[in-house]
Design a protein around this ligand. Structure first.
Ligand code: ZN
Length: 447
């Protein structure tokens, strides 16, 4: 006889009674590690297993439209008790495509289901360290040292969750999922808590950056959204890099090495000169905070042709342009120095800083700042030295800053999360509901 793998589905009463820690521990046990190798979305079947679990839980909680789409996105709606349902009966579409609907904006909360590739992810054995007394955390498979984790001093007396040190924990981003689920449970249990219509989405393949490209923002139908995918307590992120990815092709001239004098142009030397001319102070390894960088990522080729892949990052659009101009000037200089050589720079993708859009809808960030304060915390605004799903969504028309989850050391076997910090994230979500419930309507997007 084969034991049923899917543990029995929790009842509505169990789901409502579960703590944020219970939920995180349950979700963390499902291996949802994404894969860079697969071009499917989701990239791994484990993500679909968690998606099915979450869809079933949302249905059990009474979110009747809970569904999984063909890419594994789980979505559901918790209608406002006092707001007309979205839909053609209560909306009028203006000629420019904007939809007018009475009542406050529809607010969405998102978290990703996958965990990062490249760190052991099976089997995750979550450990609860009740009332952490301070000092190094000794796990069966790793040590979490205070010397390397000064933030541990802020959580003495808290309940902490880690893995057993042999795998990641996956609180990135299952802490976010657990927090959103608990917030939904609180709203369901207490219909007097003020809130507008709430939508949730649990998304695949965030760590590979490819999942969100398949999200149907229009069909989702939210006006404003927040990802729960940040780190330490009180963090709010609404600024990310402007990014340009480039392929530089160096074309040389190959001859027999015995008769090369005056004829050969070695593309390998062209590439080496080009890379050597990138200022040492503009590298990821020499920059931090708000500084941008130029980063050669891979180089491939031979005498005749070399391809160099570069990424360029800067918080300011003008700063990004300046770096691109520098690279183009380097290319022209090389061509002049080696007549007959060709250096071509081709853009291969990138993304933009979401702050450019969010600055035009300041209430989206203002709501988050006020909600964090209302949860009794001091907001910490940090620029993201990378991209986020929220940046993509913001540019797709759904403004989406990122909120803290209460976890630290993400992407490692020494991940830890404070249950009390997770509770603060839940409170922040509830406060956001309260803030947005007071808003008559979202002013038109300035996009
Ligand atoms: Zn994450």
């Amino acid at each position: 006889m084969v034991a049923a793998q899917s543990a029995s589905q929790p009842s509505r009463e169990q789901l409502l009674a579960e703590s944020v820690a219970d939920k995180l521990i349950r979700y963390a046990r499902v291996n949802t590690q994404s894969s860079e190798e697969s071009d499917q979305i989701p990239s791994t079947p484990g993500q679909l297993r968690l998606a099915e679990m979450l869809r079933a839980e949302l249905c059990t909680l009474g979110l009747t439209d809970a569904a999984i789409d063909e890419f594994g996105f789980v979505t559901a709606t918790l209608p406002s008790p006092s707001q007309p349902a979205p839909g053609p009966d209560n909306e009028t579409a203006a000629p420019n495509g904007t939809v007018h609907r009475p009542g406050p904006p529809i607010v969405a909360f998102l978290a990703h289901m996958d965990t990062v590739p490249g760190v052991p992810a099976e089997p995750v054995e979550p450990m609860l360290h009740a009332r952490y007394a301070g000092g190094d955390l000794r796990l069966p498979g790793a040590m979490i040292l205070v010397a390397e984790n000064p933030a541990l001093q802020q959580v003495i007396g808290h309940d902490l969750i880690t893995s057993d040190g042999r795998t990641l924990l996956g609180a990135d981003d299952k802490a976010g999922i657990a927090e959103i689920m608990v917030a939904l449970c609180r709203w369901i249990q207490d219909p007097t808590l003020p809130r507008p219509t709430i939508k949730v989405a649990f998304t695949p393949d965030e760590e590979t950056g490819r999942g969100i490209l398949h999200f149907d923002v229009q069909r989702f139908g939210a006006d404003v959204a927040y990802t729960l995918d940040g780190g330490g307590i009180g963090e709010l992120e609404y600024e990310n890099f402007n990014a340009a990815n480039l392929t530089v092709t160096f074309s040389g001239i190959s001859t027999h090495t015995g008769t090369a004098r005056g004829k050969m142009i070695n593309a390998l030397h062209l590439a080496a000169d080009f890379m050597a001319a990138i200022p040492a102070g503009m590298r990821p390894e020499t920059t931090d905070g708000r500084q941008g960088f130029i980063h050669p990522d891979t180089v491939e080729g031979r005498v005749e042709e070399v391809q160099l892949k570069l990424i360029v990052r800067d918080f300011d659009a003008a700063g990004l342009d300046a770096k691109l101009t520098l690279l183009h000037e380097l290319a022209r200089t090389l061509e002049m120095r080696y007549p007959g050589a060709k250096v071509e720079i081709r853009p291969t993708g990138g993304y933009q800083n979401m702050k450019t859009i969010l600055d035009k809808q300041p209430q989206v960030v203002e709501a988050a700042l006020q909600a964090i304060r209302a949860a009794g915390l001091e907001p910490k605004v940090v620029p993201i030295r990378g991209g986020t799903d929220g940046a993509h969504l913001t540019y797709a028309g759904l403004p989406t800053p990122n909120l803290f989850t209460g976890g630290m050391n993400y992407h490692s076997r020494t991940e830890w999360v404070s249950v009390q910090w997770m509770e603060k994230a839940v409170e922040t979500i509830l406060q956001l509901g309260k803030w947005w419930a007071r808003q008559p309507q979202l002013p038109p997007s300035a996009m």
